[in-house]
Every structure is written in C-alpha cells, then in structure tokens.
Design a protein around this ligand. Structure first.
Ligand code: ZN
Length: 248
C-alpha cells in the first residue's frame, strides 16, 4: 500500500454526485437505497473508475493489496454504515474483486474508545506511518493499531501469493536498478525503459520501501547490496519519480 493523490473532480461530475447524494437524503438514506442508487449510476461510476485508474498504483492496481488489477470501486466507509457517503468522491477507492468482495465487504473496524476508523486510507494518509515492509521476507509489520487492522482485514501477510510476490518484486527491483546503472551512461534509451518499468512495477509498495531506504544509506547498502544502492542514488538524482520525498 502506498500513498495516493486524489485528483479533484471536474465540475459536471461533482454536481452529478451532489445531486445523487441530495436525492438519497431526501428519500431517507438507507443501505438498500444507497446500494440501489449506486447500482443504477452506471455513467457516474464509469467516470469515477477512469479517475481511480489514474490515481492507482502501477497499472491500475488494487489500492489495498497492490497486486491484482483494480476492478471495483470500493466504498472505504461501507454503504451499510454510511449510505449518504455512497456518492462521496473521498470515499471511493479502487480495489480488486478479492479485496473488495471477499475480504473487506462491510468490515470497517473502529477503535472501541475513540470511534476512529482503523483501516488505512491511502488517499488520506501515508501507509508507511502504520506499516513496515520487510523487503527480504515480503511480510508486513503493523506499527500501529491501524496497521494491524489493515494487515488483518486485507490478509496482507496471510495471502501467500502477496508475500511471495513482494519478495520476488524486491529481487526484480534490485536487478532493474543494477541494469539501469549499467546502461545509464551509454544507452540512455534503454536506461529510460528500465526506469519506466521500475516506476510502473506491480507491487509499488516494494519500490517505495526501497526508495525510502535511501534516507539511511548504511541500511540501504546492507539491504540492497552496493551495486543496487549506488544505482538507486544516481537514479534518484536524475529522475524525480525515485526521489523518496516525492514518491507516490
Ligand atoms: Zn486487492
């Protein structure tokens, strides 16, 4: 999971969503009414999906697991809990069918004392404040109650293919960094292709964790190895997509 920047809505779509929310409010908001209105809003959903694809990690990956194609518009706060947020743009995230329909469904864990929700919303906060990715094992560690709840709800450690995928992605990142370094001086076109491949890699959380390592050079060198670490530093100097402060 990586932080995502939510683009503003254009006026026409914003007005359409506001009108639909007003209709729900007037009719007496309920789970059934919210779901029925959502089902019927085909054109609005198509427009929202286009925007969500643009803000999603990699090639329209799921904003929760980062591995599968994002196919569904997920209501971060479920319609069952907040029907008036059915058409709230800030409540929409792109999810794969497995994360959305099999795992999250209407789950929305909250702190029993404060009532604050306990899932990470990557469009509002940096998941790295709550989750630490161990690159060599591919496993996450929860740093906060929110991190623990997010790992639990989305099975970020219990889905073996996700853990293995992150481990393999780390191997690929290191290899691409070394290859980029090898080509950067003499074959700029090849180097650019390699940088583009890195930037759109599936499992964007792995790349982000690697880039964050650049903040602590001794650790980065130990984890990445000297060749990949040198390449990362040079790439970060040349390409803003790999500067850790700006990385999405
Ligand atoms: Zn997913």
């Amino acid at each position: 999971m990586i932080p995502l920047q939510r683009p503003p809505l254009h006026d026409k779509l914003a007005a359409d969503l506001a009108r639909r929310t007003q209709a729900l409010r007037s009719g007496g908001p309920s789970t059934a009414a919210g779901r029925a209105a959502w089902r019927d809003a085909r054109e609005a959903k198509a427009r929202l999906r286009t925007l969500l694809h643009r803000m999603a990690p990699g090639l329209a990956r799921c904003m929760y697991c980062g591995d599968n194609l994002g196919t569904d518009i997920d209501h971060f706060e479920p319609i069952a809990r907040a029907p008036l947020r059915t058409f709230d743009w800030h409540n929409h995230l792109l999810a794969c069918a497995y994360c959305n329909s099999n795992l999250k469904r209407d789950r929305f864990p909250c702190d029993p004392v404060t009532g604050a929700h306990l899932l990470i919303d990557p469009s509002h906060e940096d998941p790295a404040d709550h989750l630490l990715l161990y690159l060599e094992s591919g496993a996450y560690r929860g740093l906060t109650p929110k991190g623990h709840a997010t790992i639990d709800v989305f099975g970020l450690n219990s889905r073996g293919e996700l853990v293995r995928g992150r481990r393999l992605a780390f191997t690929v990142v290191k290899s691409l960094l070394r290859e980029w370094h090898r080509h950067s001086a003499e074959s700029p076109e090849t180097a650019k292709e390699l940088a583009d491949a890195l930037a759109l890699l599936w499992q964007a959380d792995v790349l982000r964790a690697v880039v964050r390592l650049a903040r602590t050079p001794p650790l980065a060198e130990a984890v990445l190895g000297p060749g990949a670490h040198t390449a990362l530093r040079r790439l970060a100097d040349q390409d803003p997509r790999f500067g850790w402060t700006d990385l999405r």
